[in-house]
Structures are given as structure tokens and as C-alpha cells.
Design a protein around this ligand. Structure first.
Ligand code: IDP
Ligand code: MG
Length: 151
């Protein structure tokens, strides 16, 4: 089990539907540490870089349009197994297939409105964190509950 950082975004529908607080609250309660966070109106250029791996796929253009349609909350979360923990907490890409108890399963209904993004692996996390944040925007600190969170 490794201490990791992962990039997480509350997508435009999450912001518009007033879900910022409940989503952040889930990650906080799990014990993931927020080490960077900002409210961003995403440019087409940033969206295209973020989803660059999907360039050429039929959902690329609509996804770029979706992500640039309204502000998002971008953050870096840190914790043991943070990358997989966030993916598990988000649920499957299509909210229709996502288990109840996951963010997408509890709050979403359509694949093109799936509320939240989380990096899918170590290399992607590094790429996305560097794409969205400058090093000085990421904080190094200890949370007072850390020693009670780990064994
Ligand atoms: P992920 O967000 O669970 O990692 P990816 O396959 O990496 O899923 O797709 C990136 C994003 O592109 C999805 O979260 C969703 O917003 C959008 N997307 C993926 N597949 C489709 C699709 O078939 N129709 C519409 N949007 C899609
Ligand atoms: Mg992905």
C-alpha cells in the first residue's frame, strides 16, 4: 500500500447540481487529504489536453464541450492507494452501471453527465496533476487525524 496523489475533478454537472460539498465530504471522510484545490473555468485547450488520450473517439468532442460548459472543481487528493480508492468511490464510467454507494451510482444517470473524474493510474495521475496545477499550488502538510487513520 503506497501513499499516492491523484487528480480529481468535480465536473460541470456536479457543480451546477450543488454536489461539490457532498462529493468533497465523501473523500474527506474516507481519509483522503486535500493537498490542492481550485475552481476553474476550463479552456478548450486544457480540456483537449486532459482528454488527449481519447482524441479520435466519437465521445471526444462532446466530452470537451461538456467539461468546458461550466466551471469545475479541480483538486489533488493524497492518501494510501489514493488512485484506486477514488476510482472505487466514483464507480463505473457509466452511472447506469455504477453501484449504489458510489458517487456516480448515487447521483448520476447518463454517461455524458457522470459528475466526477479521477486519474486511472499512476502515470495518468502524474500527467494530470502537472497539467492542472503548478508545484507551488500543492501543499505539503500533516493532518491531525493521520495517526488514527493508519495502522
Ligand atoms: P473515466 O472517466 O471513468 O476514466 P473514460 O473512459 O476515461 O472514463 O472516459 C472519459 C470521459 O469521457 C468519461 O468520464 C465521460 O465523461 C466521457 N465518456 C466516455 N465514454 C463516453 C461515451 O460513450 N459517451 C459519452 N461520454 C463518454
Ligand atoms: Mg479515464
Amino acid at each position: 500500500m503506497k501513499n499516492e496523489r491523484t487528480f480529481v475533478m468535480i465536473k460541470p454537472d456536479g457543480v451546477q447540481r450543488g454536489l461539490i460539498g457532498v462529493i468533497i465530504n465523501r473523500f474527506e471522510k474516507k481519509g483522503l487529504k486535500i493537498v490542492a484545490m481550485k475552481f476553474v473555468s476550463v479552456t478548450k485547450e486544457l480540456a483537449e489536453k486532459h482528454y488527449g488520450i481519447h482524441k479520435g473517439k466519437p465521445f471526444f468532442k462532446p466530452t470537451v464541450e461538456y467539461i468546458t460548459s461550466s466551471p469545475v472543481v479541480a483538486m489533488v487528493l493524497e492518501g494510501i492507494n489514493a488512485i484506486n480508492t477514488v476510482r472505487t468511490m466514483m464507480g463505473k464510467t457509466n452511472p447506469k452501471d455504477a453501484s449504489m454507494g458510489t458517487i456516480r451510482g448515487d447521483y448520476g444517470q447518463f454517461i455524458g453527465r457522470n459528475i466526477v473524474h479521477g486519474s486511472d493510474g499512476f502515470d495518468t495521475a502524474e500527467f494530470e496533476i502537472n497539467l492542472w496545477f503548478k508545484p507551488e499550488e500543492i501543499a505539503n502538510y500533516t493532518r491531525i487525524d493521520e495517526e488514527w487513520l493508519t495502522e
